[in-house]
Design a protein around this ligand. Structure first.
Ligand code: GLN
Length: 447
């Protein structure tokens, strides 16, 4: 009830939710009370959570931030929502996002932008901006986001929260509305490292309904929290410290590195990952290519928005897609269709896949020498609403620090790391495959 009161007070300014599920939340909270009274509480019993609106929830509208799915009521639950409920969580609502998770500011939502709780004239980052803002504004205690190229880490950074993008294959994508299937991963945003670890513990693990999930049992993540980091080897790739990065961001990361050293970690600032600069091009070919295939299903026939005003089937499909998708989504479909088309496939898509392999190899070599890599999460702090929305390239450039780990499928966390110009800065800690425990350990020691 106190969270719902808070939502009522701040939501007119923040717009973190597309759909509020207050009645359902109270019902789930009553169940939680009963469990607590009976002494059968589980880790998330009664914890109010926000759920990004591309995570399918049975009977609760799931829009992916798009007009295309404005009235879509899913007939089934996603794996992650099932797990949250099993752990006792209470869902407050479905969080706002860039349409189909394409964007870095939550301005590409068909349901209006979300605003940054630190200053409502600024964006919260994206695409999981609703999830990050909801946590930052006290409109839930933890939230789920999704990360294809930075969409958990960057909004967590811009809103001063902790955000964890797990290893590709750690969390089931069953019931996640697809964007780039070789990149998409669900993960938590929370106020501190322990909350995020608890959430990952609940949602992670093998799911036979997603064949890319890791069959190994989840490690005991709590075992890593509170452990010291003496002797931990931290690599700092120099390609991440480039012009265009705000000096305040660089200064905060440098201070964090000094703190790691004072805690006994061994920091090497001379690491080189030379293909880092190509991750942006690789990502913006592969993600749109996969998106163009995934979004072909929105044809106005099976479900979702449908314009049936024209006399022929083809015209109806054209009208459905013309009116149902926003500009950024159309841009991605065109980019992806082009990159995959005969005659261009070898030059763009295939080349991008090859460079993707090189990027992965460079990371693999680095992880032979280091336990984790530390970088900034974003080159800038939160920017003004409207500043980049009409300049796609400027928007894409904001993702340069989060894309490499995504392209390689590696886990990465963003933790709050002080302020620049009065706004939160995020530090990114990248780990080796399925080594979320290690990045949580380092993040927790820093916190
Ligand atoms: N900003 C990136 C994009 O627009 C990443 C989005 C994401 O991770 N979902 O594609």
């Amino acid at each position: 009830e106190s969270v719902l009161e808070r939502v009522a007070r701040v939501e007119p300014t923040i717009n973190a939710y597309i759909t509020l599920t207050a009645e359902l939340a109270l019902e789930q909270a009553r169940e939680a009370d009963a469990k607590l009274a009976a002494g059968t509480a589980t880790p998330l019993t009664g914890i109010p959570v926000g759920v990004k609106d591309l995570i399918v929830t049975k009977g609760v509208r799931t829009t992916a931030g798009s007009k295309m799915l404005e009235n879509f009521i899913p007939p089934y639950d996603s794996h992650v929502y099932e797990n949250l409920r099993r752990a006792g969580a209470v869902m407050i609502g479905k969080c706002n996002m860039d349409e189909f998770a394409m964007g870095s500011s939550t301005e590409h939502s068909a349901f209006g932008p979300t605003r940054n709780p630190w200053n409502p004239e600024l964006v919260p980052g994206g695409s999981s901006g609703g999830s990050a803002a909801a946590v930052a504004a006290g409109e839930c205690l933890v939230a789920l986001g999704s990360d294809t190229g930075g969409s958990i880490r960057q909004p967590a950074a811009l809103c001063g929260q902790v955000g964890l993008d797990p290893t590709y294959g750690r969390v089931s994508r069953y019931g996640i509305i697809a964007f780039g299937s070789s990149l998409d991963q669900v993960g938590p945003i929370g106020r501190d490292v322990e909350d995020v670890a608890t959430m990952l513990d609940c949602i992670g693990g093998h799911d036979p309904r997603d064949s890319t999930t890791n069959p190994e049992p989840m490690p005991d993540l709590r075992h890593y929290l509170g452990r010291d980091i003496r002797g931990i080897r931290i690599g700092v790739p120099k390609e991440y410290f480039i012009s265009g990065m705000e000096p305040g961001v660089a200064a905060r990361i440098e201070e964090a590195l000094a703190l790691f050293e004072s805690l006994g970690a061994v920091v090497d600032r001379e690491v080189s990952l030379p293909s880092t600069e190509h991750a942006l091009a690789v990502y913006y070919l592969i993600a749109p290519s996969e998106a163009s295939a995934n979004l072909a299903r929105y044809d106005g026939v099976k479900y979702g928005f449908s314009d049936r005003s024209a006399p022929t089937m083809w015209e109806n499909m054209e009208q459905t897609r013309a009116k149902g998708f926003g500009n950024e989504v159309k841009r991605r479909i065109m980019l992806g269709t082009y990159a995959l088309s005969a005659g261009y496939y070898d030059a763009y898509y295939l080349k991008a896949q090859k460079v993707r392999t090189i990027i992965s190899r460079e990371f693999a070599e680095a992880f032979q020498k280091f336990d984790v890599l530390v970088t900034p999460t974003s080159p800038t702090v939160a920017f003004r609403l409207g500043a980049k929305v009409d300049d796609p390239f400027a928007m894409y450039l904001n993702d340069i620090y989060t894309l490499p780990a995504s392209v390689a499928g590696l886990p990465a966390i963003s933790v709050p790391c002080g302020f620049s110009d009065g706004l939160p800065v995020g530090m990114q800690i990248i780990g080796n495959f399925f080594d979320e425990g290690r990045i949580l350990q380092v993040a927790h020691a820093y916190e």
